[in-house]
Design a protein around this ligand. Sequence first.
Ligand SMILES: *Cc1c(COP(=O)(O)O)cnc(C)c1O
Length: 457
Amino acid sequence: MNVSRRTRIQKTYEALFALEDVREIFRRSLPTGLDGGEEREFSEALARVRGIIDGIEDGGGELPSGRVCDGIEVRSREEDYININPIQAAGRLTPEARKAIISYGDGYSTCDHCRKPFRLDKIGRPPVEAFHRELAEFLSMDVARVVPGARRGFQAVTQSLLEKGDFVIVSSLAHYTEFLAVEVAGGVVREVPLDEDNKVTAEAVAEKIEKVKAETGSLPRLMMIDHFDYQFGNEHEVRGIGKVAKDYGIPFLYNGAYTVGVMPVDGKEIGADFVVGSGHKSMAAVAPSGVLATTEEWAERVFRTTEMTGDVTNRRFGIKEVENMGCTLMGATLISMIASFPRVKARTAAWDEEVAKSNRFLRELSRIDGTRVLSELPRRHTLSKVDTTDSFDTVAKTHKRRGYFLSDELKERGIIGEFAGATRVWKLNTYGLTSDQVDYAAGSFLEIAEGYGLKIS
Ligand SMILES: *Cc1c(COP(=O)(O)O)cnc(C)c1O
């Protein structure tokens, strides 16, 4: 039996889809049971599932369609390849999250057992309320809410704290969503310059605060700093910055888009007033998802409830939180986050091993003459920026496929996720790869380099 891995993967999807067709029969039949026609249809649908399952093993049976439906192809990148895409690594779902999608995919599925006072974070079944408590505890904060992405967490904070023209301290490596969150609230960003190692220091933050004070006569209203930035994956001095924030009495938003869910984060110890994380980037959850956690002190302000009264009906919606538009993440998005959470919590304890693999990978990659790591070394994160201008790009210059030669070669070996066509400066993320996968990926880069006559040291 020599069935290709790709065929097996495609057939596995076909079997899952065929089971959905079985499931559909239940959905459109009477609760009292299947009638004659349905029973026949059911048998046929089940026989089809069996046929496909046999085919996973022996390669026989119908050819997989490779489609979810017309126009939508099956996405099997995570099964077919080793994916080193910089933003996708820690957002890959756990098996529990994938099962949650199957089960909770229907629109307002989380509302089945929603009871008074009718708010998402109060739902007891499935355990949404308990999850909120655990989330706060996980981050060492007092209160947590789920939000549709880290960006919506930033937005809830900026819209609650800023008035028009207020200044907000951000990093010179700040994510675009931090800019937008300030802009949507009418604020103005002021960037902290980087030091020579592309890091944001507490000292530079203090200097910038003084500058804003000198320029405007008042202190910035908020500071938002990334623990690890999205460009280099460098670690910034968040604890020192937390102290500066306290000294000046400026609220501090800790941006944990690249930390919450992969490494331990202790908001209190860091001195954060707000901790924001991204579910789809670092918590193995469906997009758009994220978390906003805060202290008792700030919760009332950021999670303020509606005070509006209808002029005709006199209606009020008492406990609905304004910034969260009442309820935030619904359905499979939220349940995927909850389903992944036990593993996510556990995996943060293995962060050192992830970092070790990241260092091992880059050590190997750096053996290719002319390859440079632009991120800080040794790595403290799994996201890294590399410069292969003097290695792979020298090949691209004369190759008929130009920069795409590298992605071609990698794909042939089952590796994807580097920016296709880029052979100068690009990013990668080794998070979640097994030791064998790390070695295999590193070995593949070396093999490709060797094949094109690049020097290996
Ligand atoms: C990815 C990222 C974000 C945006 O996260 P979303 O959850 O997609 O909104 C914000 N900040 C940083 C530093 C990021 O890397």
